[in-house]
Design a protein around this ligand. Sequence first.
Ligand code: 4LI
Ligand code: NI
Length: 193
Amino acid sequence: MITMNDVIREGHPTLRLTAEALSFPLDSKTAKLAEDLLEFLKNSQDPETAEEYDLRPGVGIAAPQVDRSIRLIAVHVPSSDEESEEPEFSSVLVNPKILSHSVQQTCLSDGEGCLSVDREVPGIVPRHKRITVEYYDLEGNKQKKRLRDFPAIVVQHEIDHLNGVMFYDRIDEDNPLALPDGIDVLGAAPSEE
Ligand code: 4LI
Ligand code: NI
């Protein structure tokens, strides 16, 4: 089982590498890693399991974060509506590639967190609001998925890890909290006029 001890932190050189593309069929070690990463995210979101193993909650993790420099990410975004049993998006994505994206940008009002960053880095992280991502599933089938808002942000954050990019690289260092023109903001409480 993957725990926080397996997660490398900022400063580790692997986080700055460009990760290697995978070919199919995946070897058994890589297939196991993929399942373990998705399991880690589910465990991290389960209050009892997270408490027992001291896991920080996450909705996405990339293989380089456990020191495997390969193009594989796991995403487990719970559904935003309480009714639904089904997660909004839960998958392992191999060799993910953004085929197209909106001009419209979005960001999280409270900034982004990362399992490899043990500090709060305040600032606006501009992301594409909508993306079409192509990837391979664990069986090697090519998939294409359209995502918007939070799931789109998570996939962009994780693909950045495959390219050695950290979320804070995207924060404007001169004015971290300034909103770029026309960006929309996710998670902001409705403000009164
Ligand atoms: C508990 C159980 C407030 C602060 C709001 C928590 C289940 C931050 C947001 C969660 C913030 C779950 C998240 C990410 C942020 C902040 C990631 C809580 C886990 C919200 C996921 C990759 C950025 C993703 C929205 C510094 C570890 N996740 N919150 N950012 N959630 N979570 N990111 N931002 N401010 N990071 O962190 O998994 S993309 Cl689901
Ligand atoms: Ni991260």
